[in-house]
Design a protein around this ligand. Sequence first.
Ligand SMILES: [Mg+2]
Length: 384
Amino acid sequence: MKFERLETRYVVPDMGRKFSLGDVDGQARIIGPIRDMVVLHGFTSNGVEAWSAIDTVKFPIYGSESSTEAWALLQEVGETFIGKDFNSPRDAVHSLGYMINHYIFQAAFANLYLDAEAIEKGVPLYTLLGGEKEQVEIGVSIPKTATAEDIGKKITIEKFKRIKVKVGPTEEDYMKIASIKNSFPNVKLMIDANSSFDIRNNDHIKLLNKYGELDLLMIEQPLAHNDIAKHINLQNSFNQNSIPGNICLDESILTMDDLVMAVDGGIPIINIKVTRVGGLDIAKKMIEYCQNHKVDTWIGGMVELTAPGKAHSLAMAAHPGVTLPSDISGSAGYFIKNNDPYVRPMERENDGAVIKVPNTPGRGWEVDLNKMDKITKSTVVFPK
Ligand SMILES: [Mg+2]
């Protein structure tokens, strides 16, 4: 496969509200209300048009990558992607030259290749990735600012069966989660701490043990993004003290080596984000490693656009190794009207807990070019 043209866009869709990742060391980490990211539109020599996205956020608050840097980097390496023969998604990535980390950046090129391959072969993207499910079980991710009452509505009115709530290391957040668990004992309830707990702080450890005792579906990424070993120690400590808590890793898993270390160390659940790990082909390998080691996985979200980002995640979530509900909450979840550039919205079924995977060639959700143009701040085309 050869790409003869690459349109790159810096896009600024409006979420209409801020999305907090929680504070670390007293510093706020806020996404939005404008969700800066970069979109790629590739044209192959066979006439296929493919789409993908660099799902970074504006500043490096989630990981070390950012949209600000990605856009600058793209101007330097975009040209090298053009006119080369690729036989795999890794060929597409390697055309950019050697890069340390930058997995979200690289993922956009791997995913662009696979998006094009599915269209060219006339097969659904999910089957190209080894997927089998006709529909994917989903959950909702709820910001830290939500009240217990708001969360109750997600369960009773919107009918979500898996609820993830962002928390920080505070007693108030714990009390909120304990009250939800008490009111809705059958809901799959989980927390995501986004690295806001400090293993050296005794109050934080006491809170983590209390969360462990609540027997939640999982406790996602409580400790530092770069510390798999301490998460393994925490899980071992739960196990040794008969605390039922299950640790899930998210930000810590960037490479296959990270995954192997976590799984071999006894981490029971992994959140695999397609772009954070470097693309759909690597996500597939990770899911299959977990499947072989009886570790649960689910697909996480980056507040991405429906077409192409969410569509790529949904295709990956159709893999049989994805055993828990994924964070794909449909088009209406995050962006204000017409700021998510799809032709057909991604919608969950009426019971709120599944999205059907389309059995049509490609990713299944087309980009609305008019909507895309409206959210595009800058466009650069290669070759220049
Ligand atoms: Mg997370």
